[in-house]
Design a binder for this molecule. Structure first.
Ligand SMILES: [Zn+2]
Ligand SMILES: [Zn+2]
Length: 258
C-alpha cells in the first residue's frame, strides 16, 4: 500500500496544507491500481488533484463529520457532476450516520446520492474494496467518529499483507487500541500538548499518540492533524517520549509505503 499525505493540517486548513485527507493506493493481483481517499477535509479537493484525478477514486472513507474531515465532499460532488468531460461515474462514500445529509447541506443540492452514494459505518464491521479490507472502530470524540484499520497488499513483501491504521480524531480509548494493534503504519492525530490543559474526550496529545503506538507495537508512527497554531517540534518530542520506534511528521506530498 502507498499512502500520500494530501492534507494534514489539524482542525482548520493551514498556510501550507489542506485539512485532513490521505490518498491510499494499492495494486490488486491483476495489476489494477485501487485508490481510497481517507477523509476529504477543507481544501483537499484542490490538493488531491496533484496526485490523482478525483474521478479515479474507488471510494472515500470518512472518519467523522467535522468540516476539517468532510467539507470537500461537496466539491467532489460538483466535480463528478459538472466537469466538462463528465458527468463521471459515482464514487461510493463510507461514513457515520448522516453523511449523505451533511453533503447535501454543504452542496446546497436536493440530492447527492447519484454521484456520492453513502454507506453507514458499522463499528467493528468489515468492508472489502478491491484489495483493501477495512475495519472501523468507534473512537472518542464529541461526535460519532471512527478509526480505520486497513489491510492491503504489502509494498515490501510479495503475497503478504500490511496494515495501516488511521486514527481520525480521537482521545485515547479502547477502540483506538484495537484499531492500532500491530499496525505497520499508524497515522495518528496529535493535536495537543500535555501542557495545553486541553479538555478530555476530543484529541490526543503528542505523548498520548506515542503511548498508543508503543502499546500497539506499531512499525512506524506518522503524526498528523497538528493545528497551524500548535508547536510541532514539541508535539513530536512528546510522541518520542511515548514511543521508542520510528516517528515522522506528516507533510503535504509525503509518501509512505506499508
Ligand atoms: Zn479534525
Ligand atoms: Zn473532529
Amino acid at each position: 500500500m502507498r499512502l500520500t499525505i494530501v492534507g494534514c493540517s489539524g482542525s482548520v486548513p493551514g498556510p501550507a496544507s489542506a485539512s485532513s485527507s490521505y490518498l491510499l493506493e494499492a495494486d490488486d493481483a491483476a495489476g489494477r491500481t485501487w485508490r481510497l481517499a481517507l477523509d476529504m477535509g477543507a481544501g483537499a479537493m484542490g490538493a488531491l488533484q496533484r496526485f490523482c484525478d478525483p474521478r479515479d477514486l474507488d471510494a472515500v472513507l470518512i472518519s467523522h463529520l467535522h468540516p476539517d474531515h468532510c467539507a470537500d465532499l461537496a466539491h467532489l460532488d460538483t466535480y463528478l457532476k459538472y466537469h466538462p468531460e463528465g458527468p463521471f461515474e459515482p464514487v461510493p462514500v463510507y461514513g457515520p450516520f448522516g453523511t449523505s445529509k451533511r453533503i447535501q447541506q454543504m452542496a446546497g443540492a436536493d440530492d447527492v446520492t447519484d454521484k456520492l452514494p453513502c454507506t453507514v459505518w458499522q463499528a467493528s464491521g468489515e468492508t472489502r474494496i478491491g484489495p483493501f479490507l477495512i475495519t472501523v472502530e468507534a473512537v472518542r470524540h464529541p461526535v460519532p467518529a471512527y478509526a480505520m484499520r486497513i489491510e492491503g497488499p504489502s509494498e515490501h513483501r510479495a503475497r503478504a499483507s500490511a496494515i495501516l491504521t488511521y486514527t481520525g480524531d480521537t482521545d485515547e480509548c479502547d477502540g483506538l487500541d484495537v484499531a492500532a494493534a500491530g499496525a505497520d503504519v499508524l497515522l495518528s492525530e496529535a493535536s495537543f500538548l500535555t501542557t495545553d490543559d486541553a479538555p478530555a474526550g476530543i484529541h490526543l496529545t503528542g505523548l498520548a499518540a506515542g503511548e498508543v503506538a508503543e502499546r500497539a507495537q506499531v512499525g512506524r508512527l506518522i503524526l498528523t492533524h497538528i493545528p497551524p497554531w500548535a508547536d510541532c517540534p514539541s508535539i513530536e518530542a512528546e510522541a518520542a517520549r511515548g514511543f521508542s520506534g520510528d516517528i515522522a511528521l506528516a507533510r503535504p506530498g509525503m509518501r509512505v509505503e506499508a
